[in-house]
Design a binder for this molecule. Structure first.
Ligand code: PLP
Length: 451
């Protein structure tokens, strides 16, 4: 390394920099090729800079630049964060966290070989879905259940198998977009089904559906409006009436979305079992919203229809692996037995207000007058229960700094914390904070607030 009085003019070799201890943790977490790439790009950028050409660069600055660039990449690696947003099933934060005990309990079946597709009774080829179908039947009251990779795949599969080249009747009030780019009319078009729109944005009646039926109608699809509500002069049909009046050849399918089942906190929402009881032939929902399991799409309904779906060649592309099946089995067993590990995070947060308050008070007492404890609200979020708020508690940080900057500081903590801004102040909502996160959150905040 040759330095002039002002700094280094000739930059070190890439290989030499990769030996520096300061880069070792990044190599460990990002791999050597990725760090090599970062170093090359950083050096190339520095070479282009006028300040470097005139003044050179000091060791210190060079290493700081390399670390910044490595850290930028490392921030993109999947890592734990603390969810202090008050949105419990947060799409951007991974939706439902899996209960740690549930996760541990499937480690064995996933780290060895398993009976995924073999019958232990006779050694012959078996069905991938194990006892999941029976468990889903028990949960929803449907004859049969099946699993795909996510609920978007459920909707696509049932349209493609049951309505390709035929008509599907959908209410104008339910032609919705859910999250990034999943639009019901687009999925319908892609699946090869033909959309028949009925009703209006606010009003659709049973007559609207029944009058639109032709010989070529394959399905009536009802879609839960997961992320908005229409208020005021509205009417949706009684599903029982639609089910009763639809002719035999038309399948009644409901995209229920959230997976609400045995949970008892969402009185205004319809659990899947109610749709089945009301006469729906099929109902589908996500595994990682209110159900609280792994990412999956679940379809429950009449045996002969589910079996038809399972034979669709797309199932080869849509079928989950054993990680999903094993987690779902364990979750459903515990859910049906009403064990705490089988209850999703939404249920726990919405029914755990006393715990949330206690935790908030504990944290507030540790942090003194730099925080203010105040009652707030939580939502389930993630496309589940639009417009339903549950009580929660939040800590408002009382420090003299721009709210945006505080949020950025929180994200830069060793275990990043995602907060929210309310009335220009940063708040940490306690609803989605997991018990084991309290000590580390306390420690991080104490250090941030210089306590
Ligand atoms: C969330 C949701 C979907 C999409 O489910 P993914 O599991 O994200 O694929 C589809 N329909 C409804 C009604 C939803 O709420």
């Amino acid at each position: 390394m040759s330095a002039n009085p002002k700094g280094i003019v000739r930059l070190p070799q890439v290989e030499q920099l990769l030996q520096e201890p300061i880069l070792a943790p990044y190599i460990r977490q990002l791999s050597r090729p990725l760090v090599t790439d970062v170093v090359r790009r950083t050096l190339a950028a520095i070479r282009q800079e006028v300040s470097f050409r005139t003044d050179g660069i000091s060791d210190e600055t060079l290493y700081a630049r390399l670390e910044d660039d490595c850290r930028f990449l490392l921030n993109q690696r999947h890592a734990r964060v603390i969810n202090a947003t008050g949105t419990v099933v947060h799409t951007n934060l991974g939706r439902s966290p899996i209960d740690p005990e549930l996760w541990d309990s499937v480690a064995d079946v996933n780290t060895g070989y398993c009976n995924l597709e073999i019958k232990l009774s006779d050694g012959k080829r078996g069905q991938r879905k194990g006892i999941v179908s029976q468990l889903l039947s028990s949960l929803t009251g449907a004859e049969e259940g099946m699993v795909v990779n996510n609920n978007a795949a459920s909707v696509y599969l049932l349209l493609n198998e049951l309505a390709r080249g035929k008509e599907v009747i959908v209410s104008r009030g339910e032609q919705i977009q859910i999250g990034g780019g999943f639009r019901i009319p687009d999925i319908l078009a892609l699946s090869g089904a033909k959309l028949v729109e009925v009703g209006t944005t606010n009003i659709t009646t049973a007559d609207d559906y029944i009058n639109a039926v032709t010989e070529n109608t394959a399905m009536v699809l009802m879609v839960h409006c997961s992320n908005f509500v229409v208020r005021g002069f509205t009417e949706s049909p009684d599903i029982r009436e639609v089910a009763r009046r639809l002719p035999e050849h038309v399948i009644l399918a409901v995209d229920q979305g959230s997976g609400l089942s045995t949970e008892r906190f969402a009185a205004n929402e319809t659990p899947s079992s109610n749709y089945i009881r009301a006469g729906a032939d099929l109902v589908c929902f996500s595994g990682d919203k209110i159900l609280g399991g792994p990412q999956a799409g679940i379809i429950c309904g009449r045996k002969e229809i589910v079996q038809k779906l399972e034979k669709n060649p797309l199932m080869r592309a849509f079928r989950p692996g054993r990680m999903v099946y094993s987690l779902l089995e364990e979750l459903l067993v515990r859910k049906l037995n009403r064990e705490s590990e089988g209850q999703g995070v939404a249920e726990k947060a919405a029914t755990g207000q006393a715990v949330i308050q206690e935790r908030a008070q504990q944290l507030a007492s540790e942090l003194g007058d730099k925080v203010r404890l105040l009652p707030s609200e939580m939502v389930v979020g993630g496309g589940t229960l639009p417009d339903e708020f549950f009580p929660s508690w939040s800590l408002e940080l009382q420090i003299d700094k721009q709210a945006d900057q505080i949020l950025a500081d929180l994200r830069a903590m060793p275990l990043p914390v995602i907060g929210v801004i309310r009335n220009d102040r940063v708040q940490l909502n306690m609803a989605a904070i997991l018990p084991r996160e309290i000590p580390v959150l306390t420690e991080q905040l104490r250090s941030y607030l210089s306590l």
